[in-house]
Design a protein around this ligand. Sequence first.
Ligand code: NAI
Length: 285
Amino acid sequence: MDTSQRIGVIGGGLMGAGIAEVSARAGHPVTVIEATDVAAKAALGRLEASLSRAEAKGKIDSAAAVLDRIAVETELDAVADAAVVVEAIVEDEAAKVALFKRLDEVLIAPDAILASNTSSIPIMKLGVVTSRPQQVIGIHFFNPVPVLSLVELVPSLLTGEETMARSRAWVQDSLGKKAIDCQDRAGFVVNALLIPFILSAIRMYESGFASAEDIDRGLVLGAAHPQGPLALADLIGLDTTKAVAESLYEEFKEPLYAPPPLLQRMVDAGLLGRKAGRGFYTYSR
Ligand code: NAI
């Protein structure tokens, strides 16, 4: 895909800011849409901080030059001329369905790709509420987006081959990511394996079998994982972890996907992990 083409990113949270960053670093003009002015300011702050770190580490020449290619707005119309829009709002089916209906009305290019970064919501459910389900696809990035190279490409039963091919070309050739192909089933490949692993670690901690530190140290030192499962849950966000577990449980009805009570309680308490300053661990912000 030509890097002069605009990329729209809806939601400038953990994932949306990352997707905006890698797209702008690849040379694309990028428009991020946030829900409110306050959230837009936070999204811009997240982008500035991440790009400054990338500049300090010598990964990019100029954070300011990349930021110049990114606009953060609050009106969806600002992505009307985008070639690709990636939705990265909260993991809530009703919210995503409402957004895809609106995106279908707003996007002008007849061949625009309407992508979702959802971790678990069926792509088909987003495709069928638009007039162009052949152009709706899951493009699932990994956190942190500027660091992890994997992207899962998830066509629904109605996604066209051309959409799949253009999405693959965009993530691989423009963004420099590596793609794997997945069926449109909750969790795709990585989360279907990773989430039950994290939930097992939460159950182990909840039962008092071992401390959070020892569970994580066990997997880091004994299985060469870069971080333990509880630290990883904090990084993903406990609300997102719980939402993905619920989608997996809803889809497959397997007990191993059911969120344990402690996860539920922590989410209710606002202990959402790194982004909230506290989850299984405490973080300075
Ligand atoms: P987040 O909570 O950090 O960010 C969501 C953002 O969307 C917030 O900034 C919120 O203000 C904004 N938002 C909500 N409704 C909106 C609307 N209608 N229009 C515009 N902006 C809106 O969540 P996060 O972690 O970035 O997740 C976003 C999506 O990415 C979810 O679908 C999640 O399942 C998926 N995902 C998350 C990963 C993770 O590790 N956190 C990994 C891969 C996918």
